[in-house]
Design a protein. Structure first.
Length: 67
């Protein structure tokens, strides 16, 4: 988003609002990137928990049937 110097001089408040919008968009992009990474880790932890739960269930069932 570029504003020429003439517009900037005529409307400093609008120029500042445009800068604020650009900054907010950059922050949003950073947050979305971090959110994507968090979601990936969450999915990996969930899959790991599922595998561990299955192993515990298998171990428990084997121990019960062996007695």
């Amino acid at each position: 988003m570029e504003i020429d110097k003439k517009s900037r001089a005529q409307n400093p408040d609008l120029y500042q609002l445009d800068l604020d919008i650009v900054q907010a968009e950059r922050e949003k992009e950073k947050i979305e990137a971090v959110n994507g990474k968090v979601q990936l880790v969450n999915e990996q932890v969930e899959a790991w928990c599922q595998r561990i739960s299955e192993k515990i269930d298998q171990q428990f069932n084997e121990n019960i049937t062996s007695y």
